[in-house]
Structures are given as structure tokens and as C-alpha cells.
Design a protein around this ligand. Sequence first.
Ligand code: FES
Length: 520
Amino acid sequence: MPTRARRHPSRPARSSARSRKPAALALPAESESLWIATAPGPRYPRLAGDLAVDVAVVGAGITGLTAATLLKRAGLRVAVIEGARVAQGVTGYTTAHLTEVVDCSFSTLLSHFGEDGARAAVRSTRAALDRIAALVAEGGIDCGFRRLPGFYYSETKEGASGVEEEAEAARKIGLAARLVKEVPLPFSVARAFRLDDQAEFHPRRYLLPLAAALPGAGSHVFEDTRVTDVEDGDPCRVVTESGTVSARAVFTATHVPLTRVAVQTKVAHYRSYVLAARLEGAPPDGLFWDNEDPYHYVRGAEGLLVFGGEDHKVGQEEDTVSRYQSVLAWGRERFPLRSIEYRWSAQVAEPVDGLPYIGRAGGSRHVYMATGYSGTGLTFGTLAAMIVSDAILGRANEVAALYDAGRVKPLASAREYVSENVDFPARFVADRLKGAEVPGLEALEPGQGALTEVDGKRVAAYRAPDGQLTLLSATCTHLGCIVQFNEAERSWDCPCHGSRFDTAGEVVNGPAVRPLPKLG
Ligand code: FES
């Protein structure tokens, strides 16, 4: 989904789609990912007792499953340890951008990493797409993988120059970006560039067969096994609630590393809102993203139009339902929508300098991590699996240094680091001073969550549709910020580093690893 509006230097200011007229089409009552709904998966066992393997992989999304596949194929015994269900975490709620284009502007990439670094970056993302294509072909995986063009466009004359600048920067770093005026969309655009040979697939129809091929010959897949600690050593130890896995190397493929606070603060977390709609006619053939602010993306999947955007920082939007409504209003103005079949939102981790952090976790010898994929997690997750599996196998990888998790930040990204992480100290203090959002528990409606005070304590209170009340500590178990209720997803979201908890307090997204304590 290149490129995120807030990073583009030449994108014109434009009023938010939220100011447009409301749509009449109904949004689904519940958030449900198209990918999960259309590709159910089998159950895997919970870890029961202690185990020794060559490599422990924490997390069964695209990163962990791809790494485990590559390592098992190299002859190692691998244990994949998933806290919930396989391919049902961040990967299951993906916006499904499968492209070699990175999720910051090409000019940003050039200025942060130079021409050689930027060229290496897009070579590496192309290699990731090729790796997916190879795994699909070798395994005969029926996931709808195919190549198709991508289009970056502006609907306005003012935005056209930004598209032209990006096309020029893309060509400079080795991408065959062609400026065009026509795109296969049912509305006119002022300017676009086209990149051939991007791709699409159904992410779970791709990953479930990879997971199914892992168990056996000393390798395992575990679900419902929450990791509480990762210890570096000879061997390393992965501590879970139901046993400990010893391994000579550990890959924390968990979107955000579990125990590395220094890296956790180098990424900023956003929610992106996605709808899948049935159209009058077929969806357009291609991947599309605009350069508006807020920006939008479009593609087809399962005969539906998938479109979204309206990103905001996690825990910093009080009216999350309005974001879906804005996406719907945007789509309704441009496409003949018949019905909205699915709605879901995705979690996006933004690095401060435009590229993910992949490699050995700071200060450790055998623990590896990957985070900061931005909006192109399917591509970067695959690339991270390639880099980390090469490192564990002692193989050279030409881009390992480029993505090094401990790399020194250029000056420009240091400024972004400060601006993205000002939230932590600011929210840590300010949210403690805010008053109760509802005067008392009796004021909570069914389906509503709010912060309130009980016996002088800050409490996260939720009343289920059946009237049942759940009281949780409102203090995030990561570093202590105050969580906020997300009405659209019915979750408690932390504005500081993106942790999310369900209404029972269980962790949905890290970096938090412990649930919100129940009160009362
Ligand atoms: Fe860091 Fe909540 S995610 S304090």
C-alpha cells in the first residue's frame, strides 16, 4: 500500500473523507476478516510440558510460518508457538498488499538509505514476492496467487505532480514505473504510474497449507500457547504458560518483539479500516492506492471489492466506527456498491525510517526479531523469514545489514522517532488526569465500554450486549499507559505502543504479554 499519506512530502492537503455525506449502505454489525471467514483452519494442540528443538518460532503469522517452512526444509527441527490460532492474528486481519513497493515514499527511501540502499530494498521485496511464488508452485498451493499490475494515482491535478515525482524516484531505484493517465477504475484520475508484476493471493489459503506441512520429523505447531518470556542462552528458553521450549535459536515473529523495549519504541502503531463489498459487476483488475490524505487502497478478492484506509494511531480515535463510515462513503462515491459483506481493521507497525527492523535482537546472541513492516506485512514478513532463516543457517544474505534491527538511525528518522514517541510520556501523564468517561457503572449501555472510577480506582468497564459487566484494570501491562475502548472492534487499545486487549482483558496485540487484571 504505498505510500502512507503522512509521509509523502508533496501530497496536497485535502479535507478528510469524513466530511462527506454519510452512506446509506449498512455496515456489518461485527468485525470479521474476509480471509478468516472464507478459509477456516484446523486446530493444533496446546504445548503440554517441556520440549527441545533446533529453532523455536514464536508467532504463526506469515513471518513465523514462512521461517519455519524454510528452516524445516533445511533439515532443522522447529516448534512454532502461537498464542491464539494459526494465521489468525495480525496476518489474518491483513489489508493484503502483496507488492514489491515499500510503504513509504520512494523519495523518503532515497533520502534515508541512499540510492544503493533504496535499490537493495526494492530488490529484496521483489525477491520476497518471488519466494512466495516459488512456495506456491512447489507446494501446488491453491491460493489464487497471480501477478497483476499496481497503480499509484491522484484524482486531482494538484496531486499529479506528487505521482510524477514518485514515478521518477521509483525509476531511479530500479523500478519500471510507467506514467499513465488511464487506470482500470470506474472514475477518472489525473495521473498515475503503473508497475507490472505485483501480485495477489488469499493469505490464509497460502499459509494454512504451509502450517499443515510443518508437524512431523521433530517439528511441531502449537496453538493457544501464550509465551511469557524469551531467554537468550545455550540453549535459549521460550517460557509459556504450559511448558518451556529449549532451542539453539529463537525467532520472535510476533509483529512487535515481546521483550525488547528499545525496539518497541521505534515503531508507531496504526489501525487501518477495510471493507469488502459486492459490486454491480466485477471488481477492477489490479492493485490501486491513491495519494490522498487520508489515503485509500483498492483491489478485488473472492469476487468482492476490498477497499480501505482512514488510518489512525492505535488508541487515539474516540469514534472508531466513524472510520468505517468514512471508508464506506469514499467507496460509495466511486464504485457501484451493492452490499458490504465484511468489515475488519488491521494493525500496522510503522518504523521511524521507512524500513523494518529484522535480525538479531539487541544484546542477544541467538534471539531474532522482526517488526515495523508498515502496510506491506505480507511482503516484509516473507522477507524477514528469508533473512532470519539465513542467519540461523549461517548463510550470507545481501540485505541483512540494510534491515539490521540495531541499525543507527539517520538524522531525519531521528526526528520522526521523537515525534512518533512523544505519545508515550505525554499520554502516560495526561490520560491519568482525565476524568471518568461515564459517571458510574449504571450509566453503561449494553455493548458500551468506558473508563470510570470505582472506589477511587481507574477502571476499564465493559457491559456486554447481554448486560454482563466486566471490570478490568485500565493500566496497560506493557509500560503503564491508560487503555481506551475501541467501539468498532470491542477492544481496549493502548495509545502508547499499540497493545490491544479483548473485553475479557486477554492480549490481542503486543507488545504487552500479560492480560489486563480483572477487578472485582
Ligand atoms: Fe506500551 Fe501500553 S503498549 S504502555
